[in-house]
Design a protein. Structure first.
Length: 187
């Protein structure tokens, strides 16, 4: 089955990428955590293909949630997504403190098993120099794929490695980390 091969390859790449990072004591990557400014968020929610208004760029922090579950070929959902995404990026880039939640699903037709799907949380704080990314319930063709899946596979035979990797995902379909980023003088 080609999906099992692809899944195994992706898990191998994730393990090879994160293992040295996790073992290096000097790395700034740590387990995912929500941003410190999270409690001051005023959330703006946008539907499929909906572009955010330009004036939101002035909000600090800027906290948005996007629905991206209708990325389909046959009903124009993929085109609506592609047309909305540039304005979403343009809104995020100048922000000092930004947190985005989104819900992805890419499929041929509405209701089909998704080729790929996940729920994401991404944030950055250019004032304090932190950022984070978390993918939950990441699936390829309905199968969970993530560091959490690797942890479960390794735990019986390589418990020490599984424990190190568990910092970056301990549930099926989960992968996440928080890192240091450069600060911006204007923030």
């Amino acid at each position: 089955m080609p999906w099992k091969t692809i899944t195994t390859a992706l898990l191998g790449i994730l393990t090879a990428t994160l293992s040295p990072m996790a073992a290096n004591a000097e790395t700034t990557a740590v387990s995912y955590h929500d941003p410190s400014f999270g409690s001051s968020c005023r959330w703006h929610r946008f539907g499929e293909g909906e572009k955010p208004p330009w004036y939101l760029y002035a909000e600090n922090p800027l906290c948005v949630e996007y629905s991206k579950r209708d990325i389909t070929i046959d009903n124009g959902g993929a085109l609506a997504f592609l047309l909305a995404e540039p304005s979403r990026f343009a809104l995020a880039l100048p922000s000092c403190r930004y947190w985005q939640l989104d819900h992805w699903s890419v499929q041929n037709h509405p209701g089909d098993v998704a080729y790929v799907s996940w729920n994401g949380s991404y944030w950055f704080d250019k004032d304090t120099g932190g950022a984070g990314i978390l993918l939950k319930d990441f699936r390829i063709n309905g199968m969970t794929v993530g560091v959490g899946d690797v942890v479960e596979a390794l735990r019986p035979t390589f418990p020490a490695l599984a424990e190190v990797l568990a910092r970056y995902g301990n549930e099926a379909g989960q992968t996440g980390l928080s890192i240091d980023i450069p600060t911006a003088w204007w923030c």
